[in-house]
Design a protein around this ligand. Structure first.
Ligand code: ACO
Length: 336
């Protein structure tokens, strides 16, 4: 039977470190408040020039992570026959960022598809990669998760609940067909659009002429907004349900799972899920203190770091799980 195995990982974060203390120059906040509510100590934000233009594009960040994943996998880049690109912050309104990677890496017209599922984007992308490989549509897929979020944050007191949480970054994996008994075992995917407006970026929007106007900007409606307590409540519940569901689907016990990589939303969410499910701290991966929430990039960045730290070895059982805007949520069970 053909399986879809992850054979290489890579990541890239901008070199600019923004500490909690740095944020106090723009908004009324403190290291104590941010650490206690989120576990975040610092995040990476891409540099901008004086006109506010970033020194690198999201596509370029994704390409750096992808080059590392390709090198680690040992494949020839020309083996890649499909790109799946998860992001909520594409460089332009259209096309999606996948095509920029095709160009930057010189991938010779292979298919490129963007996946717009926010914090759950990488879970959906891995499920899609598994499906494409098992259906015979592709054999070697480059899966990227990347965000530039710092340019969309409201750095005033009005936006401080969100601005302190989010960071920029990119992660990538190479997924390849194998006859070995490893790879993506199962995935579960969910959405509930009733809550779309409890965590969303509204403008620019296609439902009004010119998509953005002075009124919208005056009302801060071009910044993302979030109902924090509502997100917290749903996220902890859905993380737990997804872990259970993906394990039950394959008849695997949680006790046999070597590592859980939860989407790095918030350390309090990770801790609540770990406590509720009885997963010991050493089996719940966390790097949120260093990078904040990088949305679709948290899981591939974490995969690359976990592998580099020796916490993810060939044959290990891994669960990835996420919840985010939409609301969307889901999980993958993977034999590494
Ligand atoms: N610094 C200082 N004070 C702040 C900040 C800040 N950055 N942000 C908000 N506050 C204030 C509020 O204004 C409020 O003040 P008030 O009581 O005078 O009105 C006070 O802190 C408490 O606000 P709450 O919203 O009740 O704080 P809460 O304990 O709920 O924590 C938080 C807010 C951290 C956003 C929390 O709701 C949370 O963790 N939610 C989950 C959100 C999340 O993880 N989102 C990630 C994106 S979605 C995903 O990836 C799953």
């Amino acid at each position: 039977m053909t399986n879809a195995a992850i054979i290489g990982t890579g990541f890239y974060v901008p070199s600019r470190v923004v500490t909690n203390e740095d944020l106090t120059q723009w908004m009324d906040t403190s290291d104590e408040w941010i650490t206690e509510r989120s576990g975040i100590k610092e995040r990476r934000w891409v540099e901008q020039d004086e006109a506010g233009v970033t020194i690198e594009t999201g596509g370029e960040m994704g390409a750096k992570a992808a080059r590392m994943a390709i090198e680690e996998s040992g494949i020839d880049k020309n083996d890649i026959d499909l790109i799946l690109y998860a992001t909520l912050s594409p460089d332009v309104v259209f096309p999606g960022n996948g095509v920029f990677i095709e160009d930057l890496l010189g991938l010779n017209t292979v298919g490129a598809m963007d996946i717009r599922n926010q914090c759950t984007g990488f879970i959906y992308a891995l499920a899609a990669a598994d499906g494409f490989i098992k259906a015979g549509t592709a054999r070697t897929i480059l899966v990227v998760g990347q965000e530039i979020q710092s340019t969309a944050l409201n750095l005033t007191d009005r936006g401080r609940d969100m601005a302190v949480l989010f960071g920029d970054g990119a992660g990538a994996v190479v997924v390849q067909a194998t006859e070995e008994d490893r790879g993506i075992i199962s995935s579960v995917l969910h959405s509930q659009g009733r809550f779309a407006r409890d965590l969303f970026g509204e403008a620019p929007m296609s439902t009004i002429k010119d998509r953005i106007n002075a009124d919208l900007i005056a009302q801060d409606r071009h910044y993302p907004t979030m109902n924090g307590p509502m997100v917290f409540k749903h996220a902890t519940r859905r993380f737990c349900e997804s872990i259970k569901e993906v394990l039950e689907k394959s008849g695997v016990d949680l006790a046999d799972v070597d590592l859980v990589i939860p989407h790095q939303a918030n350390q309090r969410i990770t801790d609540a899920v770990g406590a509720r499910m009885g997963v010991p701290e050493e089996r719940m991966f966390s790097n949120i203190a260093k990078y904040g929430n990088t949305t679709a990039a948290t899981i591939p960045i974490a995969m690359a770091e976990a592998e580099n730290e020796g916490r993810l070895k060939k044959g290990d059982l891994l669960v990835t799980v996420a919840f985010g805007s939409g609301f969307t949520w889901g999980a993958n069970l993977i034999r590494w």
